[in-house]
Design a protein around this ligand. Structure first.
Ligand SMILES: Cc1cc2nc3c(=O)[nH]c(=O)nc-3n(C[C@H](O)[C@H](O)[C@H](O)COP(=O)(O)OP(=O)(O)OC[C@H]3O[C@@H](n4cnc5c(N)ncnc54)[C@H](O)[C@@H]3O)c2cc1C
Length: 380
């Protein structure tokens, strides 16, 4: 068993830290959050330097990196600005990974080199108003129409739809007793007539944010189908495992940034004539935070390794998602407490981690659903 990174992987991290330190410093992340504007300059810089092609095969213009290298990229993005990590992971999962895994030769040739060059953005639309945790109960319908399909229905919480070129849209193409059957995935051009996008105001994740999307008789060509008709659920499952790795890496990075800020504050803020970090109540919080970060990182890179080996299981993905997101929430909460009244002020960054981390235990499968998966694996 070897827990070390290779020297190439260490170099990747160093390069990323230098690039992100220059294009995504803390003031930039704060500004994007306050002004509710996407970190476009940082995203473009990553694209220009080829990072968005990290997980794309070399024959399609990428660098064919491993899941461990992907986790390094997302951990560093998250450490600089979680929402940058969210944008990067959506494109790399729903543009890079999904197209490379299930795309036709034409889709791969058309899309992958452009994703690798940072020219395209992707988002993902699974959740609907009446199907959240029970995601396979979705009803957005794709009906065959001459030369393609007509799409009708409604999605909610499609994050980044307004800044994406394509949406990986999960639809129902037939109905049977088993709700996971009859599902088909499409790569939909987000600017097609009949698509109506409305922004949803949220507690956190404000820079990119999320949207409600109405599909009113949207015509898509047959070439927009990704994978097999009626058999798309298995693919969605694979995308969600990949997403869990990406989210966990980015959120472990964001939790690390919250921890670093709180540690520095505890060393410098004095009360009763000494730094507050010298009080055991504060020092123990920081010790607990540090343990959570160590475990989050270990679980993240273990899962990346398991994915690379083709050995990852549903249980591993659920443990990873549950632990890293609950830890991020706990670390941000304790960080806010360490800053006292200043933690509650909008001009200090801790409130952003606190707000953003609240989504971690809800989005992409709530903590309750992750516990259900783990419990089912135990025969309960
Ligand atoms: C800001 C934001 C961004 C998002 N981005 C995206 C996106 O880009 N694409 C996308 O498709 N979706 C996205 N989502 C949707 C997200 O994945 C869902 O919100 C989540 O899966 C929960 O679904 P729900 O909100 O309908 O809650 P519900 O499913 O209605 O759940 C409500 C509560 O009941 C609990 N519950 C439900 N069923 C069970 C059960 N069987 N056992 C125990 N407890 C249960 C839940 O854990 C939760 O606490 C986003 C959500 C938000 C808020």
């Amino acid at each position: 068993m070897d827990f070390s990174f290779t020297s190439d992987q260490e170099n990747l991290r160093t390069h990323l830290q230098e690039l992100l330190g220059a294009v995504c410093p803390p003031e930039y992340a704060e500004r994007c959050d306050q002004e509710a504007r996407p970190p476009r300059e940082a995203y473009d810089a990553l694209g220009k330097h080829g990072w968005l092609g990290l997980n794309i095969p070399t024959e399609h213009g990428g660098s064919g990196g491993s899941a461990i290298e992907l986790a390094i990229l997302l951990e560093e993005c998250g450490r600089h600005f979680e929402e940058l990590g969210m944008w990067v992971f959506r494109t790399m999962t729903y543009g890079g990974y999904a197209v490379a895994r299930h795309g036709t030769a034409e889709q791969k040739t058309n899309l992958l080199p452009r994703v690798a060059r940072g020219e395209l953005s992707f988002c993902f639309a699974l959740t609907e108003p009446h199907s959240g945790s029970d995601a396979a109960a979705l009803t957005t319908r794709a009906t065959p129409r001459e030369g393609g399909f007509a799409i009708n229905g409604q999605k909610v919480f499609t994050s980044g739809m307004d800044i994406s070129d394509y949406c990986l849209l999960v639809t129902r193409t037939s109905t049977s007793e088993k709700k996971q059957a009859g599902i088909t995935n499409f790569l939909v051009d987000t600017k097609l007539p009949g698509i109506d996008v409305r922004k949803i105001a949220t507690l956190g994740q404000r820079a990119i944010g999320t949207t409600q999307v109405f599909y009113n008789d949207v015509t898509v060509p047959a070439s927009a189908v990704l994978g097999e008709i009626d058999r798309g659920w298995e693919a969605v499952d694979a995308y969600l495992w990949y997403e869990r790795l990406c989210l966990s890496a980015a959120r472990t990075g964001a939790a690390t940034a919250a921890f670093d800020y709180a540690l520095d504050y505890a060393k410098n803020r004095e009360q009763f004539g000494r730094p507050i970090g010298k009080f055991q109540a504060i020092a123990h919080k920081l010790a607990d935070m540090r343990v959570m970060l160590d475990l989050s990182r270990m679980l993240t890179y273990r899962f990346a390794w398991l994915l690379d080996q083709g050995k990852a299981t549903r249980h591993d993905a659920a443990v990873l998602k549950l632990y890293t997101s609950e830890s991020y929430k706990a670390v941000s909460d304790m960080g806010l407490q360490i800053l006292g009244g200043y933690g509650y002020c909008m001009e200090y960054p801790m409130q952003r981690f606190f707000r953003d981390s609240r989504l971690a235990v809800i989005g992409a499968g709530t903590s309750e659903i992750q516990r259900n998966i783990i419990a089912r694996g135990l025969g309960l």
